[in-house]
Design a protein around this ligand. Structure first.
Ligand code: MF3
Ligand code: CO
Length: 255
């Protein structure tokens, strides 16, 4: 069931989104070669708590996962696309790190992700991150009342195609609000003019994921959560939660 929300509700989601944005910033600031994923997770936990919110991911248990989510944020390195678990792994110079964060405040959720380079990354990694980030910007710009879900999805898909990247099969964005995952699905591939009609009040998370290789199938790693590319190629992931308003898209997950 798709829920349409009022301006009063977007305002609340904007507050949850602010926590998410500040948390991503706090984590990104301490990223450097040698720091462990556990340490980054602790930075996120502290920031969310300090801002009076709750981590949306911790304890979340989707049907496909073997355990409730054990961390605060998802930290996905190199060939891990999404849902990387915070563990004792130390980051190395040149790694590509996706940081994905959800926070709940006063019953509303925000969900966003960024991908950052660790130390000095190569030009190919920079281009991969830039293209994925650009896909998110274009997809947000297409989230217009009167449009269709396919308009959003197509912006993601054509950006990957033009830049020569793959889109991992089976993953995408989602509705968000009083639950972190709500209807509708927000796919990363689609045709303009097709799919759900976009109406004022729709609140969604858009999350393009691109990878360098040609093999779009993913594999679940032995931890049961981390989702990696089959071909071992590196992936990038960016996400914002947005509201579709009469004036166009409003990004909720900003500082
Ligand atoms: N942004 C991710 C998603 O929407 C985060 C989910 S992680 C989980 O799928 F732990 F909460 F599952
Ligand atoms: Co999400």
């Amino acid at each position: 069931m798709v829920t349409y929300r009022s301006a009063r509700e977007w305002a609340r989601m904007r507050e949850a989104g602010r926590v998410v944005a500040h948390t991503l910033q706090a984590v990104a600031e301490v990223v450097e070669p040698g720091i462990t994923l556990d340490e980054l997770d602790a930075v996120a936990a502290r920031k969310i708590k300090e801002m009076g919110a709750l981590p949306s991911f911790q304890g979340y248990h989707p049907s496909w996962a073997p355990t409730p989510y054990p961390g605060v944020v998802c930290l996905s390195v190199n060939d891990v696309i999404v849902h990387g678990l915070p563990n004792g792994r130390a980051l190395a110079d040149g790694d590509v790190l996706s940081i994905d964060c959800g926070a709940e405040l006063a019953g509303y959720h925000g969900d966003a992700a960024i991908t950052v380079g660790v130390g000095t990354v190569d030009g190919a990694a920079r281009r991969l991150m830039d293209a994925t980030s650009q896909a998110l910007e274009r997809a947000i710009a297409a989230a217009l009342p009167g449009g269709r879900m396919g308009d959003i999805a197509h912006e993601v898909e054509r950006t990957a195609q033009d830049a020569g990247y793959g889109i991992p099969e089976g993953w995408g964005g989602h509705g968000i609000g009083n639950a972190m995952h709500e209807d509708p699905a927000v796919p990363n591939r689609g045709r303009p003019g097709r799919g759900l009609r976009l109406k004022e009040g729709l609140t969604i998370a858009i999350e393009p994921m691109f990878h360098e290789g040609g093999q779009d199938q993913t594999r679940t790693m032995p931890d049961g959560w981390s989702m990696a590319t089959r071909d071992g190629s590196r992936a990038a992931h960016f996400e914002h939660s947005i509201a579709i308003t009469g004036d166009g898209p409003v990004v909720l997950t900003l500082p």
